[in-house]
Write a protein that binds this ligand. Structure first.
Ligand SMILES: [Zn+2]
Length: 395
């Protein structure tokens, strides 16, 4: 059986560059790469963290080979790399440090937030996802907006206190006496990560050395989730970039509304109220125009067929209802915005308009339907031809 890989990230979570001896290098087909092959490499020691504790695996390089993925199995760490490495040679590894540091900031913040919520409200962290945007943490109980802001303030207090983070592997007897959070029953050596005063949790991933390195913790949203709450948060540079993005958005809205940035909400409320009032006025004016238009139709006419592109599709029904009061047969109204496709309405107080609607749709590639008294739909064709069809149909 092979020896376990020496896990340098456990000794120093800030190790960015290291040397290791290549123990094995196995070629494999890899359809995700243009070359069609990648290599699985093991070393005597590595600073590459494999996936674990909710934290994704590291990326970086081993000599000139890119490290695409890192996995651990039975104490041995397997690096998936893009180029072969010579067995027995000493290679230099570089961790993609910006990425790793960002992950450690967020992961450590997750411990602080989970510890505070557990200690203050008794809820457990039941799900944790580190995406490329915000990270999410799920808890099995609900929190009010006010409680979430209290948690956020306490978490940032932990950052200001710049507390050293401890990682220990207690012996089984000592472990029994410790009070720590753990998502599942663990076996073998248990690594306990402690942030004094805030949290103690079983976790295998590397964390920042001091809470101050997190830079700041911002809960950006919370939502009800499976009977509990899902919190989304950002730390350090990601939180700053998010702030910049939101500030830019508010500044642009503020310019558009000619309102100060902290007054845009009231400005939008005013705008919406004005919009609603204008819509009401518009409907009134439209109805007045339709009433005037209808007055031009000779009262007592039998059938009428009107093509009027000034009538919006939304006014067809209102106009139709006004017109059928003045005629004794069928009223047909067509309106179009492009002169090709027509929205139409057929209405009558005495005749069944459905046969005309059906025939109209069949002849002019249309669709629509309705009741005996009123049919609405869409047809495509030339206005004169449609008009002739309607006239002939009624004759
Ligand atoms: Zn952790």
């Amino acid at each position: 059986m092979s020896e376990s890989t020496i896990q340098l990230y456990n000794q120093d979570s800030h190790l960015k560059t290291f040397k290791g001896v290549v123990l094995t290098c196995i070629e494999q087909t890899d359809e995700t790469l243009a070359s069609g092959r990648s290599y699985i490499v093991t070393l005597d020691a590595t600073a590459f963290f494999p996936e674990g504790g909710g934290q994704p695996s590291d990326k970086g390089t081993l000599e000139d080979a890119m490290v695409l993925d890192v996995k651990e199995d039975d104490g041995i760490i397997y690096h998936t790399v893009t180029a072969p490495l010579t067995v027995g040679s000493t290679v230099t590894g570089h961790i993609d440090w910006d990425r790793r540091f960002d992950l450690m900031q967020h992961h450590t913040a997750e411990h602080i937030i989970s510890g505070i919520i557990h200690n203050s409200y008794g809820w457990d962290n039941v799900g944790f996802h580190m995406g490329s945007d915000a990270i999410t943490v799920d808890f099995n109980g609900s929190l009010s907006e006010e409680e979430i802001r209290i948690v956020e303030r306490k978490a940032n207090q932990a950052v200001y206190e710049n507390i050293p983070i401890m990682a220990t592997v207690p012996d089984p007897e000592e472990l029994k006496t410790l009070n720590y959070r753990s998502k599942k029953e663990l076996t073998g050596d248990i690594r306990i990560v402690t942030i004094p005063g805030y949290d103690s949790c079983a976790c295998c991933a590397p964390h920042v050395a001091l809470t101050g390195e997190i830079g700041g913790i911002k809960i950006i949203s919370s939502q009800k989730y499976k009977g509990g709450v899902r919190i989304s948060m950002l730390c350090g540079t990601r939180a700053l970039l998010d702030y910049n993005k939101k500030e830019k958005s508010v500044t642009e809205i503020s310019v558009l509304l000619s309102a100060k940035p902290d007054e845009v909400k009231d400005a939008v409320k005013t705008l919406k109220a004005e919009n609603l009032s204008l819509k009401g006025q518009l409907v009134n004016l439209q109805n007045q125009i339709l009433t005037y238009k209808a007055a031009f139709i000779t009262e007592g006419s039998r059938d009428i067929c009107i093509f009027d592109n000034e009538i919006g599709p939304n006014s067809l029904r209102t106009y139709g209802n006004l017109l059928i009061e003045r005629i004794t047969g069928i009223c047909s109204i067509f309106t179009s915005t492009d002169g090709k496709e027509y929205k139409y309405l057929l209405a009558s107080k005495v005749l069944d308009v459905r046969p005309l609607g059906k025939s109209l749709n069949e002849t002019f590639n249309g669709k629509g339907g309705g009741s005996k008294e009123m049919v609405q739909g869409t047809v495509t064709g030339d206005a004169d031809i449609i008009k002739k069809f309607i006239t002939d149909f009624q004759i």
